[in-house]
Design a protein around this ligand. Structure first.
Ligand code: IPE
Ligand code: IPE
Ligand code: MG
Length: 250
């Protein structure tokens, strides 16, 4: 459901990104600002994800990719890692009815090796249960790193006996977790940082970046809409000249 203000703003948008990716950052700082443990911020982050996913679907975005846990995040204190994993274990079960109601297809991006078998099982289950949902795809980047994703792709290519001259952009795309999906048009990062932190290293080559100081637990429909409005101003040239690119959008 859209509010009348949302409807009005959306009607002015000429270029809707098809694929939006979000680096959900700032959970810890959000919690610390409230004198609460960092884990409290991660819990609040789940609420934001639910609301943002709903908004993305209402706004007509086809693919939402969210960075939930990086290959580097294992370097955090084990108590925090465990708390985050517990939130995933819980959410991957409790969110299923809502995901089904809203037509969300869930896919896992990232390495399974290194995750608890119980979590891998839940990722398989949610992917299978939501496989026929077609309103929006949620790529859950969990134990994800862009470099590891490329390493795994190269390893598989070698294992498949791919000939050197057969390696092309299209072929690499097919070996990534995002196989079959368009590259992200827009990458949003919350909490003010201006870096990719190993997210979608290959796929982000021509993505537009949007950084907001808002911490992830405070991100919501309104903030997503602001990012979509900012995206309208971008001139996407893809290396060509303005005159030869018809639109700035997708
Ligand atoms: C993002 O928030 C969540 C994960 C990386 C798992 P952070 O936990 O990085 O929060 P800050 O950046 O320390 O505030
Ligand atoms: C990026 O955030 C990873 C996720 C949001 C899951 P980080 O907080 O881990 O990134 P850095 O350490 O600030 O680069
Ligand atoms: Mg962070």
């Amino acid at each position: 459901m859209l509010t009348s203000t949302e409807q009005e703003t959306l009607s002015t948008l000429e270029h809707m990104p098809e694929h939006v990716a979000i680096i959900m950052d700032g959970n810890g700082r959000w919690a610390r600002a409230r004198n609460m443990p960092r884990t409290y911020g991660h819990q609040a982050g789940l609420e934001s994800l639910r609301a943002t996913l709903r908004a993305a679907s209402d706004f007509g975005i086809s693919i939402l990719t969210v960075y939930a846990f990086s290959t580097e995040n294992w370097g955090r204190p084990s108590a925090e890692v465990t708390a985050i994993m517990t939130i995933f274990e819980y959410a991957l079960i409790s969110e299923i009815p809502e995901l089904m109601r809203n037509g969300v297809r869930v896919r896992h991006l990232g390495r399974e090796a290194g995750l608890q078998p119980s979590l891998v099982q839940k990722l398989h289950r949610i992917a299978a249960e939501t496989a026929n949902n077609a309103r929006i795809t949620l790529n859950l980047a969990l134990n994800y790193g862009g470099r590891v994703e490329l390493i795994d792709a190269f390893r598989q290519m070698l294992a498949d006996g791919v000939a050197p001259e057969a390696v092309s952009e299209e072929l690499v795309n097919r070996y990534l977790g995002t196989a079959g999906q368009p590259d992200p048009d827009l990458i949003i990062r919350t909490a003010g940082e201006m870096r990719l932190s190993n997210f979608l290293v290959w796929q982000s080559a021509y993505s537009e970046y949007y950084s907001t100081p808002v911490f992830w637990p405070d991100f919501n429909r309104e903030e997503l809409l602001k990012a979509l409005v900012a995206f309208q101003q971008r001139k996407r040239r893809f290396g060509k000249l303005d005159s030869s690119v018809a639109t700035s959008g997708a």
